[in-house]
Design a protein around this ligand. Structure first.
Ligand SMILES: Cc1cc2nc3c(=O)[nH]c(=O)nc-3n(C[C@H](O)[C@H](O)[C@H](O)COP(=O)(O)OP(=O)(O)OC[C@H]3O[C@@H](n4cnc5c(N)ncnc54)[C@H](O)[C@@H]3O)c2cc1C
Length: 423
């Protein structure tokens, strides 16, 4: 059993401190529970801006927040940095890389992981973007590819370094493609005058007949139009079949020479061992009722990306986005308090306040329940909403300065290739 002070109060154990875990923990302050947070990282990460780290627009530290700093001065809160491996539901224990922890209530908010549809080579060779480390790895690879392109001795080798393929036409794929196009337009000529920037090709490959399936047809068309305006080649109705590190092949017979495939096409619920198979629904998401209770367990809850909750308006579950995680967490905190004081619980109902995606400088798409807008104003709304969602005044300020500097000069100074020790 790992060392956590015993308390008279019941213990709520939160696995993961992403959007759901963080909101829940904050709302449980002064709740009458002892709170233990277990996360494999010692920081909370703001995933919507990973693509800016990957394209050298933001520092990783601007979108990462140390958990211990967030929870300074919280009484009866304990943080343990460990990976949770297994749950013993009978003994109410979590098995972690640090040891065993006892719980009274367990809340699973470990999110989702990358899913490669069984393509092993894609899994090992492509670059996903599901953590700050992966975004940084992508930045390193991208910048190193430009360096290697300068030294390449054959056209074919150079092509491999300069063809950039993004797989997946959801918001992340659209955003990263647009950011790469901006990088080509504003940065490459200055940093790599020896490179002919027109030789950099950006492909966005999507299996469906449109981009941004969660948004309207009109917004999808706009996103495509914006990307094409930026010089991105959008390939629709085309599924990736194979990638061997040199060539990517698609279902419509395309074969593109590339050393860099950015994977944004699929996620699956992050599994932790020990729960019954019958508790899992589609895509490894845990089936929960409207009170976030995992099917088959009275004291285990799941929130956010890992949870699959059906409500009449969302018969296949909610979209895996931050507002769902945050709203579910807020309500569960309330319901845990209501449980303690033996009041009736409140069922969850998702309030969809809208969806947005940015495509590039001055180009974004915003869909609100009663309005849609595109272009510069949408881009400003996108920036404002993201800025206000960032944890910490310092980070907000840092990002604002970065964005402002970038906007005025077209040039940040973050293009470092940070290699592991010894390089
Ligand atoms: C690149 C990208 C861009 C996105 N853009 C947007 C956007 O613009 N708008 C939007 O609304 N949504 C966006 N999303 C989706 C959004 O980030 C998720 O819906 C949201 O993060 C889900 O919150 P969560 O709390 O369920 O999980 P997460 O935020 O993923 O948090 C999971 C936490 O669990 C921890 N963890 C995982 N496994 C373990 C384990 N075994 N043991 C211990 N700890 C563990 C992780 O370290 C992490 O801290 C984006 C996602 C990505 C990847």
């Amino acid at each position: 059993m790992i060392n956590i002070p015993a308390a008279e109060k019941k213990r709520v154990m939160i696995v993961g401190c992403g959007f759901a875990g963080l909101k829940l923990a904050r709302k449980l302050r002064h709740s009458g529970y002892q709170v233990v947070i277990v996360d494999k990282r010692n920081y909370h990460q703001f995933q919507p801006l990973f693509y800016q780290v990957a394209t050298a627009g933001l520092e990783p530290s601007a979108i990462s927040f140390p958990l211990r700093k967030i929870f300074q001065n919280y009484k009866d809160f304990y943080i343990r940095i460990a990976e949770v491996m297994n749950i013993d539901t009978e003994k109410q224990q979590l098995w972690t890389t640090l040891g065993i922890i006892q719980y009274d209530y367990l809340v699973l908010t470990q999110g989702a992981s990358n899913f490669f549809f069984g393509m092993k080579t894609m899994e090992s060779l492509s670059k996903p973007m599901k953590s700050v480390s992966e975004a940084l790895d992508l930045r390193n690879t991208l910048l190193q590819n430009f360096e290697n392109a300068l030294a390449a001795t054959t056209e074919e080798d150079q092509e491999g370094f300069l063809n950039l393929v993004v797989v997946g036409g959801g918001p992340t794929g659209v955003e990263v493609s647009g950011a790469l196009a901006d990088m080509r337009k504003y940065v490459i000529g200055k940093d790599y005058p020896e490179l002919v920037k027109e030789k950099i090709n950006i492909y966005l490959v999507e299996g469906m007949n449109r981009l941004l399936v969660a948004l309207s047809e009109r917004s999808a068309e706009k996103a495509k139009e914006f990307l094409e305006r930026l010089g991105v080649e959008v390939i629709l109705n085309s599924q990736v079949r194979n990638y061997d590190g040199k060539y990517i092949e698609t279902s419509d017979g395309k074969k593109i020479r590339t050393n860099l495939v950015i994977w944004t096409a699929g996620i699956t619920g992050a599994r932790i061992g020990g729960l019954r198979e019958s508790s899992y629904g589609k895509n490894n998401r845990l089936m929960v009722d409207r009170f976030s209770q995992v099917q088959g367990y009275s004291n285990i809850f799941a929130l956010g990306d890992v949870a699959l909750m059906e409500e009449p308006r969302f018969p296949n579950g909610h979209p895996q986005v931050a507002p769902v995680a945050i709203q579910q967490a807020r309500l569960l905190a309330k319901n845990l308090v209501r449980t303690r004081i033996q009041k009736d619980l409140i069922p969850f109902s998702y309030k969809d306040k809208g969806t947005m995606a940015t495509v590039g400088r001055n180009l974004a798409i915003v869909e609100l329940p009663n309005a849609r807008f595109y272009g510069t104003f949408a881009w400003m709304v996108w920036m404002f909403v993201h800025l206000m969602s960032i944890v910490g005044i310092r980070n907000r300020f840092l990002i604002l300065i970065n964005w402002f500097w970038n906007y005025v000069t077209y040039d940040t100074s973050l293009r470092l290739i940070l290699k592991p020790k010894g390089c």
